[in-house]
Design a protein around this ligand. Structure first.
Ligand SMILES: [Zn+2]
Ligand SMILES: [Zn+2]
Length: 148
């Protein structure tokens, strides 16, 4: 299957791979995105910048040769959630990391070490930028909204 869905990182050449599509999705080039079509924040595995991406950012990238940096294991989208730090806000900030399936929690949390968030939004719309604080309770789960 020569085409794979990616989010091109907004600050470096690294593509953020999305989980491999089913053959059916690949044929139809169906954009893998949760049904509400709202933006989601993703961390880049290379530069660690976190940006918001929308479904329109998703591209199908052609992979020419097998030795090109294709991930070798099935991928999963993990969602890391922390409370918004704006005053009295009850919303959460969600950041998504695409990593291989079945990782332990600490490995997933490690995706955000040295991360830098770029104007991402909490559930209530507060915007944050700056170094990832990495403190406080982090909820980690595999994000099932991406299963269609
Ligand atoms: Zn990047
Ligand atoms: Zn907030």
């Amino acid at each position: 299957m020569p085409f794979y869905p990616v989010l091109p990182c907004k600050s470096c050449p690294q593509p953020i791979w999305l989980p491999f599509p089913s053959p059916d999705e690949a044929i139809r080039r169906q954009i893998p995105w949760p049904r509400d079509w709202k933006p989601r924040s993703f961390v880049c595995p290379l530069c660690r910048r976190v940006y918001e991406y929308s479904a329109e950012d998703c591209q199908w990238r052609h992979i020419g040769s097998p030795d090109q940096i294709l991930p070798s294991k099935p991928l999963a989208i993990y969602r890391l959630s922390v409370p918004c730090d704006k005053e009295r806000c009850a919303g959460l900030i969600h950041i998504h990391a695409v990593m291989t399936e079945g990782l332990p929690r600490h490995a997933v949390v490690g995706a955000l070490s040295q991360a830098y968030v770029m104007n991402i939004s909490c559930e209530r719309g507060h915007r944050s930028s700056g170094s990832w604080r990495g403190d406080g309770p982090i909820d980690v789960r595999q994000d099932t909204e991406w299963d269609s």
